[in-house]
Ligand binder design. Structure first.
Ligand SMILES: [Zn+2]
Length: 406
């Protein structure tokens, strides 16, 4: 086993030092924006793996234009189902439309000590580096199976991986751990927040704007509701509960979109608010939602005194669970060893959601650890430091050693 190497000791890295660079460049060349088919990158990747003799399987979306890929390297004793690790990442990227790019986003380019391109950080470098170690592993004896899981439509709500996980469980796979390579700067992340997204719809009562007592103004009611969400948010900022390991140490509530009204001289009938709760494990999103709903309900008697058909309704649009893995768990210890970081100071928690929560929910202990930083994700001129790519290569090679000796 290699000795841990602290990040501060990383030597400066040249493009020629990076064995994974051609594979990363290949993956970047597929413009696999979530709204489009990801089949070209999946086809290429499946061909690459099958040429090495690895069995692959797919799960598709309803259109058949998007697919997840699951591939298994069996253990030396033939075991494929029980134990082992999953290396997981998404193949889709966010759009580049309207962003001022200085290079072609789908042609990865090294400039100085950085690699530029859409997805270099979020998150094609990890998946492509995992492909690099596959032929190296095939020359050795694996003590446990290793799985690759590549998904579609992560960027639009972690949609694809849900089908992959259903199929993984249905086929009887019981991996002992999963490492999702979203950008954490190669920090071992043991938890992230969950997210509940809602749409609240106010149905008011239209009238001429000169006759305000005869109407129910949906825009104004919605604004009162949003102001209440903001007061709940302020209470969380001020009073917690706090988990200081998170970058944002408290649960947050945020209204992102509001639509209402048609003309200044009409008291608006409808107004919709889309909003979210991003919670850590010390807050229940259900309890916070109940608090918001109780406030909305308190507005109803005055509304309905004017017009009985007025209402405020709420729809839960999406749920991404949070997750928390014990920093002393086997998978966390393995990642600390391979990343060369100290588990006492090194465990991170992040506010952004990932597919990790869904693997965790399926009973697979999961860690998020990948190259690059979330601040560069989704940006024009998305970049990653070459040293992060080198760190990722070293991490996955050490992991390969562990799969072979343990
Ligand atoms: Zn991502």
């Amino acid at each position: 086993m290699n000795a841990p190497l602290p990040a501060s000791a990383l030597p400066s890295v040249q493009a020629s030092d990076l064995a994974a660079l051609p594979l990363i460049e290949k993956w970047i060349s597929f413009a696999s924006v979530s709204r489009d088919s990801n089949l070209p990158i999946i086809d290429w990747t499946q061909n690459y793996l099958e040429a090495l003799g690895i069995e692959c399987s797919r799960t598709y979306d309803d259109s058949g234009l998007k697919a997840n890929l699951w591939a298994t390297l069996p253990a030396d004793n033939g075991e494929t189902k029980i134990g082992g690790l999953v290396l997981s990442g998404h193949t889709d990227v966010v759009p580049v439309d309207g962003q001022p790019w200085d290079t072609d986003p789908f042609v990865a380019q090294v400039i100085g000590d950085r690699l530029y391109g859409r997805g270099v950080t979020d998150m094609k470098s990890y998946g492509a580096t995992a492909l690099l170690i596959v032929p190296e592993l095939l020359k050795r004896k694996l003590k446990r199976p290793l799985h690759l899981a590549f998904s579609y439509d992560e960027e639009v709500g972690c949609i694809g991986v849900r089908r992959l996980i259903v199929e993984m469980l249905a086929q009887g796979f019981k991996p002992a751990g999963c490492i999702v390579g979203e950008p954490t700067g190669m920090q071992v992340v043991v938890a992230h927040k969950g997210k509940h997204a809602y749409k609240t719809s106010v149905r008011g009562f239209e009238a001429h704007s000169s006759l305000t007592p005869q109407g129910v103004n949906a825009v104004e009611i919605a604004c009162e509701f949003v102001a209440h969400l903001k007061s709940m948010h302020r209470a969380l900022v001020q009073d917690g509960p706090f988990d200081p390991i998170y970058d944002v140490p408290h649960t947050t509530i945020h209204a992102g979109v509001i639509h209402g009204g048609t003309a200044l001289n009409i008291i608006p009938r409808d107004c919709d608010v889309t909003w979210e709760i991003r919670h850590h494990h010390m807050n229940s999103p259900e309890a916070l939602f109940a608090q918001a709903k109780a406030f909305a309900d308190s507005l109803l008697p005055a509304m309905q005194a004017v017009a009985a058909e007025t209402a405020i309704t709420h729809k839960l649009n999406s749920v991404l669970p949070g997750f928390a893995t014990d920093a002393d768990s086997e998978i966390a210890r393995l990642c600390f060893t391979c990343a060369g970081s100290d588990r006492n100071s090194g465990a991170g928690k992040v506010s952004f959601g990932t597919e990790a929560a869904l693997f965790h929910q399926a009973g697979v202990p999961t860690i998020v650890c990948g190259p690059g930083h979330i601040a560069q994700a989704h940006q024009p001129n998305e970049w990653i430091e070459l040293s992060q790519l080198a760190w990722c290569e070293r991490f996955l090679r050490r992991l390969a050693d562990q799969v072979c000796v343990n």
